[in-house]
Ligand binder design. Structure first.
Ligand code: XCC
Ligand code: SF4
Length: 638
């Protein structure tokens, strides 16, 4: 098989040929090298939880040595994926909370969105009258940090959900307590000799995932907006064509904005810009990958170099002076790829050290100095670029990014209402849904997965949805796929159905809105929650869905689970490793309906997946419209 069949990105094709010529191995070579993947792993029916194992479930050996059956084994593996994902998102939020604690008027980090800080402080009963903004920031940061380990109570963010949803969580006993506690509880409960009941394992997974969505991730987004500013719409470009022939190219890859924000500042430092010129470059060109790329494009319009599957290809252009990473989604393979070129592969986090990289620890206390040091390394590396090894592929697409909830709501409200109604700013959005001009909304999120062709599922699903008047909001690598294929450009309304195209034209938005990184899926929760509250409904009553066409990470498993637990039906283009237990599959795809009012649907054929989503949204509309009717005819409350 030609490895170019494994991605639909034409820039990737160009660079795969170059990789071949340069003798460099990529994920696509390794994919072809893997004969078949382990069937037990794919089904989730291999247990390595204790030292007697691994125990693998087969028709002849239906139980592990301890007697655990396939449901226990699959359920425990699933729960541990949720715990892993929750840990990653939430630990990210913890770092941001620490950064907020360090913020000061004359330090490295300042409060950029005071209004958002004050709003959060008020939500958390922090005194705001006559107080220095930094005193408020520090108290909020301390309370945020307590959310990880507080001995009593549940997540403070739950009360931002509609009351109906809060009741669902209470009734199901899945209100998440402290984040670290939920993760530890799963690790304990899945230890050998603990939980051996599939319902209970799923129950634990729901509660832990909610501590991600409605605590860790939500905190990550809120505090990042407070520190770095709430995103506003801005123009950008996407794909590897954003690299520049005669500039120092620096790729920012990973997740946490505390490092990348400082690099953005450092790259504008006159001294460093002058140094770049001295070295013969025309300037410094920053470009982002993965969620760091999303963070900096949302807030600064920094151009998007590419997605998860293009990280090696970026280096293979031969034009990257430094690939700077912090945590999550970084291929260890980058060290070997960077060795074949002049690229400096710089790791910065004690949580993600990688053999073969240059390690420059990033400390928030010395943030700007660290960032300048890193940028300087990149600049000084420019002279080592071997021009004969450079190939920057041509393609790049334009698009508009930066749709925070405030931006989405504000944009719609400005156009539809001549005045801004403080009680109901989401009214125009809800009106579009109730009138049926928009049939529904879909959050398309998640990664690239080498089990399918890179980007193909994202693009197929997104195009089908917008064609059928379903507005798409996107985050993570799904958003980058959409941006690369031009779907975040306002001209992409030509692919939209009549209703969506009209809304896009009136409101001046693209049919696919970039909402940010994967922790920013909390923005999707916020917007759905606001619409549900406005319509006096539960989140599960709205014609709204979540879709992860090419998910791969444990974080994605946590996300999918909290989205379902929030009452939003979720559609996966990759089967999670649960097929080994019919009961687990039954609960995830049907049983959850009775507990949280939503379920998972899986279909690895993107065309079919899209068709199912569209028909399910229409079914949801029947219920939604009946509810609306009921509310309209009910006598107004006294
Ligand atoms: Fe990672 Fe967040 Fe997935 Fe992309 S989408 S591959 S998790 S960078 Ni989050
Ligand atoms: Fe085997 Fe049970 Fe140990 Fe798992 S916990 S490895 S099933 S003995």
């Amino acid at each position: 098989m030609d490895k170019k069949m494994l991605t639909i990105d034409l820039n990737s094709h160009v660079l795969l040929d170059k990789a071949e010529r340069d003798g460099v191995e990529t994920i696509y070579d390794r994919k072809l090298g893997f004969k078949a993947q382990c069937g037990f792993g794919l089904q989730g029916s291999c247990c390595r939880i204790c030292g007697m194992g691994p125990c693998r479930i087969t028709p002849k050996t239906p139980r592990g040595l301890c007697g655990a059956d396939e449901h226990t084994i699959v359920g425990r593996n699933f729960a541990r994926m949720v715990a892993g994902g929750t840990a990653a998102h939430s630990d990210h939020a913890r770092d941001i909370a620490h950064t907020l604690l360090l913020s000061s008027r004359d330090g490295n980090y300042q409060v950029k969105d005071e209004a958002k800080l004050i709003a959060l402080a008020k939500d958390w009963d922090v005194e705001t009258e006559d107080r220095d903004i930094y005193d408020i920031a520090h108290e909020v940061a301390e309370i945020a940090l307590m959310e990880f380990g507080k001995p009593f109570g549940v997540s403070r963010f739950l009360k931002s959900a509609p009351v109906q949803r809060q009741q669902v969580w209470k009734d199901a006993n899945i209100e998440p307590r402290a984040i670290d506690r939920e993760i530890a509880t799963i690790m304990h409960s899945t230890h050998v000799g603990c939980t051996a009941d599939i319902d209970s394992l799923i129950h634990l997974s729901l509660r832990t995932s909610l501590s991600d969505g409605w605590c860790g991730s939500m905190m990550g987004t809120r505090l990042s907006d407070i520190l770095f500013g709430t995103p506003t719409p801005r123009e950008t470009e996407a794909n590897l064509g954003v690299l520049e022939q005669n500039k120092v190219n620096i790729i920012l890859h990973g997740h946490e904005p505390s490092l990348s924000e400082m690099i953005v500042l450092a790259s504008e430092d006159p001294e460093l810009v002058a140094l770049a010129k001295e070295q013969g470059a025309d300037g410094i060109n920053l470009a982002g990958m993965c969620c760091t790329g999303n963070e900096v494009t949302m807030r600064h319009g920094v151009r998007i170099a590419g997605d998860f599957h293009q990280q090696e290809l970026a280096i293979i252009t031969g034009a990257v002076e430094a690939m700077i990473v912090d945590v999550q989604c970084i291929f260890p393979a980058l060290a070997r790829v960077a060795d074949c070129y002049h690229t400096k592969f710089i790791t910065t986090s004690p949580k993600a050290k990688i053999t073969g990289s240059t390690y420059i620890e990033f400390k928030e206390e010395e943030a700007f100095d660290n960032a300048k040091q890193i940028v300087r390394e990149a600049i000084l590396n420019f002279k080592n670029r071997d021009k004969s090894k450079v190939l920057i592929p041509e393609l790049k697409s334009t698009g508009t990014v930066g749709y925070s909830v405030e931006a989405v709501v504000g944009q719609l409200d400005r156009v539809v209402n001549s005045h801004i109604d403080p009680a109901g700013t989401v009214k125009p959005l809800v009106d579009c849904l109730t009138s049926g001009v928009l049939r529904g909304a879909a959050g398309v999120v998640g990664c690239n997965n080498a089990r399918v062709v890179s980007n193909e599922s994202h693009i197929t699903v997104i195009k089908e949805l917008i064609k059928n008047d379903i507005i798409v909001v996107a985050t993570g690598c799904a958003a980058q796929a959409a941006a690369k294929f031009g779907l975040m450009d306002k001209s992409a309304r030509k692919y939209a159905g009549k209703g969506l195209a009209t809304v896009c034209e009136l409101v001046d938005i693209p049919p696919v809105l970039h909402l940010g990184s994967c922790v920013d899926i909390s923005r999707i929760l916020d917007v759905v929650s606001a619409c549900a509250k406005f319509a006096d409904m539960d989140m599960c009553d709205l014609p709204v869905v979540g879709v992860a066409p090419e998910w791969m990470s444990e974080k994605a498993v946590a996300i999918g689970t909290y989205v379902v637990a929030s009452g939003i039906d979720t559609y996966l283009g990759i089967m999670p490793p649960v097929g080994g237990s019919a009961k687990t599959v039954q609960i995830l795809t049907e049983g959850l309906k009775d507990i949280v009012g939503a379920t998972f649907t899986v279909n690895e054929n993107p065309q079919e997946l899209a068709a199912t989503i569209i028909s399910d949204i229409e079914k949801k509309r029947v219920h939604f419209e009946a509810l609306l009717e009921e509310k309209m005819s009910a006598p107004a409350e006294a």
